[in-house]
Ligand binder design. Structure first.
Ligand code: PGA
Length: 259
């Protein structure tokens, strides 16, 4: 059965001393939390990955990058390869975040290639999908998300697909303070799981973690995570504050009945 996952996406935030302070705070706080089957993944900026892995070695969280290049190695100035990340002890990379799709023009084909390269080197993709507001208003959100998955993820073999985590992040909810309602999240997550079922069968559909992202915080996490098909969250702004991020982790620990 799938895990609940709380992943923090720090984006381009924090200086080195600030990163060290937050990692230390989370490290100390997680010592007294029994995570059970809940997985915590910190996706920190590249320069802090090694430090995060050092903390993670002794702790219950795992480390992810926020991006990875689609080539194995070579003359790609400024880029970071999957092999480099893996050799540091990084286990995941976010791929297909809407900010990368928008500001860096990352296409479906490029994301597909990144997914393949990440998996080839043993990095688990945290694959983001989600519609922009005009697409939702036009009633096209299901088509948009389905095609994002079909174009960049559904070519995988069942064995490789099992390594992927999906994050549904409606773009209109990211960083805006306006989260999707639990019903809106559940509806899309259920649709995503049904497409996975059609493509890969019941067992893989039931085992795939589908995270919600977009203004998820300590106040709304419990309700969002209690939805049947919402298996945790990809947390941006609220992952930058230790105490709030811990509250979100604790929301993922709660059984449905405890709400
Ligand atoms: P947010 O970002 O939680 O700040 O809305 C989520 C994300 O972009 O992953």
């Amino acid at each position: 059965m799938r895990n609940k996952i709380v992943a923090g996406n720090w984006k381009m935030n924090k200086t080195f001393p600030e990163a060290e302070e937050l990692l230390n705070e989370l490290y100390e706080a997680l010592e007294s939390v029994e995570l059970g089957s809940v997985q915590v993944i910190l996706c920190v900026p590249f320069p802090y990955l090694e430090l995060a892995v050092d903390f993670a070695d002794d702790s219950s969280f795992m480390v992810g990058a926020q991006n990875v290049h689609d080539h194995d190695s070579g003359a790609y100035t400024g880029e970071v390869s999957a092999a480099m990340l893996k050799s540091l002890g990084v286990d995941f990379s976010i791929i297909g975040h809407s900010e990368r799709r928008k500001y860096f023009n990352e296409s479906h084909a490029f994301l597909k290639s990144k997914v393949d390269t990440a998996l080839k080197h043993g990095l688990g993709p945290i694959f983001c999908c989600g519609e922009v507001l005009p697409e939702r208003e036009a009633g096209k959100h299901f088509d948009v998300v389905k095609s994002q998955l079909e174009e960049s993820l559904f070519h995988l073999t069942p064995e490789n697909f099992r390594q992927a985590i999906i994050a549904y992040e409606p773009v209109w909810a990211i960083g805006t303070g306006v989260n999707a309602t639990p019903e809106q999240a559940q509806e899309m997550h259920a649709a995503i799981r049904s497409w996975i079922r059609e493509k890969y069968g019941e067992e893989i559909a039931a085992d795939t973690s589908i995270l919600y992202g977009g203004s998820c915080n300590a106040t709304n996490a419990k309700e969002l995570f209690s939805q049947t098909d919402v298996d945790g969250g990809l947390i941006g702004g609220a992952s930058l504050k230790g105490e709030e991020f811990l509250q979100i982790i604790k929301a993922a620990l709660l059984p449905f009945a405890a709400l």
